[in-house]
Design a protein around this ligand. Structure first.
Ligand SMILES: [Zn+2]
Ligand SMILES: [Zn+2]
Ligand SMILES: [Zn+2]
Ligand SMILES: [Zn+2]
Length: 145
């Protein structure tokens, strides 16, 4: 997979574009290509304040993380859908949300489901902390004896 098949940019309407894709974690099904994201595209519902998840294609994964400078154990970093802080792993995002946003019940889109191949790209949840615990418990936690 070298392109975002079936996805078009909601600002310039370019379809199946290459490179980075930015998905809004507040607006349902709102994606931007890298150049629109960088130019700060907005709509009546979407503002640049909305947290966005950067999603890479398989080819970009290899381009960005194929070198030895990057850890292959963390091929994708996640954005907190509440405060927009970036760079979390599944585990650290779970810890962050549990400690910082336990009282929050705003509907958000799960950045992990959106970024993972084969995940639901628009999984909306109003209890993100519980969703993380139920759906994204890190596999290594389950195989510790
Ligand atoms: Zn665009
Ligand atoms: Zn938005
Ligand atoms: Zn946060
Ligand atoms: Zn999820």
């Amino acid at each position: 997979m070298s392109r975002h098949e079936g996805v078009s940019c909601d600002a310039c309407l370019k379809g199946n574009f290459r490179g980075r894709r930015y998905k809004c974690l507040i607006c349902y099904d709102y994606d931007l290509c890298a150049s629109c994201y960088e130019s700060g595209a907005t709509t009546t519902r979407h503002t640049t304040d909305h947290p966005m998840q950067c999603i890479l294609t398989r080819v970009d994964f290899d381009l960005y993380y194929g070198g030895e400078a990057f850890s292959v154990e963390q091929p994708q970093s996640f954005t907190c859908p509440y405060c927009g802080k970036m760079g979390y792993t599944e585990t650290s995002l779970q810890e962050h949300v549990t400690s910082e946003h336990a009282e929050t019940s705003t509907e958000v889109i799960c950045p992990i489901c959106a970024a993972l191949p084969g995940g639901d790209p628009n999984h909306v949840t109003d209890d993100f902390a519980a969703h993380l615990t139920l759906e994204h418990r890190a596999p290594r936690d389950l195989i510790s004896f």
